[in-house]
Design a protein around this ligand. Structure first.
Ligand SMILES: *Cc1c(COP(=O)(O)O)cnc(C)c1O
Length: 377
């Protein structure tokens, strides 16, 4: 069996090589490495794709989250609700700014935060909620937006894993994830669904005032060159990365379809194994399968992971430790703080290779080896 990887970026690149190379070459020829034409062009294409008023590109997804938090003008001690089961960046930026990350539990099927879990943790100090659309599926945004409106809270979507996914409201309206909250953030890290060939990120908003603030903060707090209104940072998307993203954005929906094809194939092959739970499909969100994540029951995950690795099949655990058990986050929780769903997910989740270059032979091999594991052991 060929070398199997979690993500086949090379196979993907080979198919779009010419346009990508052209875009990069243009950037080299004009030497406009910073804020070159491609940055503005990609920004406009992306605004159109998402159907949103403002896209503000920045250096990476973590910066996007930090800039979003800065733009909301929160004060030290203010509380921001986020999932305990997510990538560290979501909560890290909250703490860095002197705000308090309040970590809440997630839905055991969708892995996303939901109304019931959030409500319990709202206090007078709560100022914002950060739903993460984990693994490629939207959190249930409608009730979260209603709650936010009622309690006067901001909603910042962490859309690093679900670009291209559609959320359906109860009246049938569809919106892209990342266009529902007051601000949303995304990452163009190479392995993300819309990835560049280095670091990149962006903020999205329909709010004109917030857009001005975000732009200013990402650019040293200046509105006019050398006149600094607020403390900001330096966070830009490189022209070369924007040129690559411009090409890849055109394929994003095709890429999502290819990921779904692979997910459907896994579903069919793995759906009848006892001891495995295949990914749940939410009824109000499409799935773009940033990850294909199984739940491995009966404490057998490590054993299966080891077995697959011996067969040359990589798998990953996103995420092995709840945020509230991370050393860096001890200051935010009382001793013994525990969220039951997050606890069990950290013990059970296992993500299989998924990407845009579906290969039935490879998928069959992976499926068969998983069957073998449960037969033999
Ligand atoms: C990747 C990711 C980020 C951070 O993005 P970077 O570009 O790596 O900084 C934030 N949140 C989530 C959920 C992510 O998956």
């Amino acid at each position: 069996m060929k070398n199997i990887q979690m993500v086949d970026l090379k196979g993907q690149y080979d198919k779009i090589k010419e346009s990508v190379n052209d875009g990069i070459q243009k950037c080299l020829d004009t030497t406009s490495f910073i804020n070159g034409a491609a940055v503005k062009e990609f920004q406009q294409d992306f605004q159109e794709y998402l159907n949103i008023k403002h896209v503000i590109p920045c250096a990476n997804g973590t910066d996007a989250l930090q800039i979003a938090m800065m733009a909301l003008g929160l004060k030290p001690g203010d509380e921001v609700i986020c999932p305990a089961f997510t990538y560290v960046a979501t909560a890290e930026v909250i703490g860095l700014l002197g705000l308090k990350p309040v970590m809440v539990d997630v839905n055991p099927k969708t892995f996303n935060i939901e109304l019931e879990g959030i409500e319990k943790f709202i206090t007078e100090k709560t100022k914002a909620i950060v739903p993460v659309h984990l693994y490629g599926q939207s959190a249930d945004m409608e009730p979260i937006m209603v709650l936010a409106e009622k309690c006067n809270l901001y909603v910042v979507e962490d859309n690093a894993q679900a670009i291209g996914s559609d959320y359906t409201f109860s009246d049938g309206t569809k919106k892209k994830t990342g266009t529902i909250g007051h601000i949303s953030c995304t990452s163009f890290f190479p392995s993300k669904n819309l990835g560049c060939y280095g670091d990149g990120g962006a903020l999205m908003t329909n709010d004109d005032e917030l857009a001005v603030k975000i732009r200013m903060i990402a650019n040293h707090g200046q509105e006019k060159k050398y006149y600094h209104k607020v403390l900001g940072c330096n966070s830009r998307l490189d022209t070369i990365q924007a040129a690559i993203l411009k090409v890849k954005l055109k394929y994003l929906d095709k890429y999502s379809a290819a990921r779904n094809q692979m997910a459907d194939y896994y579903d069919k092959g793995l759906g009848n194994i006892e001891g495995i739970e295949i990914p749940h499909r939410a009824c109000n969100s499409s799935h773009v399968f940033h990850q294909y994540t199984l739940k491995i029951k009966n404490g057998r995950r490590e054993e299966l992971k080891q077995y697959l690795s011996e067969k040359g099949i990589p798998s990953m655990i996103y995420y092995p430790l709840p945020l509230y058990k991370q050393e860096a986050f001890q200051q935010y929780v009382e001793n013994g703080f525990l969220l039951p769903v997050t606890e069990s997910l950290c013990e059970e989740v296992l993500s299989l290779p998924i990407h845009t270059e579906f290969d039935a032979e490879v998928s069959d091999y992976i499926i068969n080896e998983i069957h073998n594991f449960f037969k033999i052991r």
